[in-house]
Design a protein around this ligand. Sequence first.
Ligand code: MG
Length: 245
Amino acid sequence: MVIIKSDEEIAIMRKCGKILAAILDRLRGEVREGIKTAELDINMAEESKERGVTPSFKNYHGFPANLCISVNDEIVHGIPGKRILKEGDIVSVDVGAKLNGFHTDAAITVGVGRITKEAEDLIGVTEGSLKSGIAQAVSGAHVGDISSAIQHYVESRGFSVVREYTGHGVGRELHEEPQIPNFSFGKGLLLRKGMTLAIEPMVNVGDWRTRLAANRWTVLTADGSLSAHFEHTIAITDKEAEILV
Ligand code: MG
C-alpha cells in the first residue's frame, strides 16, 4: 500500500532531509585519496549523533554499517571497511537518516582525484538521469514516466541501467511501496500529492547485469565495469517535485 503523507509529516521529512544533506556534504568532502572507507562510517555515525538523527541503514535487514560505500565496479550496498581510497576511484556514498519516525535517503558518486573521462561521463550521466526522472515526478503522471525517462536518458548516452535494484517509496519505513524501476516497464502507479519517493538510478558503463559479492551484501557489475549511483528523496506536490534531500 502506498502511504500518502500529510503536510506535517512532509515537514518532518524536510527537516530530516536538510540534516542528511549536511551530513552527505561532509562525507563528500572526505572522499579523498588515502582515507579508509571505515572512517567514513565512523564519521557518518558521529555526525548523525551530533545532529540528532539515526542512521537508517545500520542493522536494516542486518546491514552491518551506518552507510553504504560502493567503489568502482561495486554498484550498491558496499560495506565500509579496510579499503583505502586511491586516485582514480569512483565512490558511491549512500546514506539514510531517521528523525521523529521518518526516513530520508540519498546517494552521490564522487571521483577521487583525477578520474578517467569515461568515469566522469558516467557520473554526469547518472546524475543527469536522476534529474530527468524527477522532472517527470508530478501529480497526475505515473511511476512509469519516471522509469522511462531515466532509461532513455542513460541508454541514449551509451550506458546501461541496473534492473535488479530500484527506487522506492520512503517515509515511515526506509522502503515503502511503490518500487520505482530505472527502466521502462509500463504505466505503473498514478502519482499523487503527498507521495514521498526515493529515486535512485544505478548506471553501468558496460552491461546492466549484476552479481552479489561473497559477503552477500555488496552488489557488483557482472562484467567488472564501473558503476555510479545518485539518489534523491522527493515529495510529490501540486507543481514540480520538492527535493527533500
Ligand atoms: Mg534508496
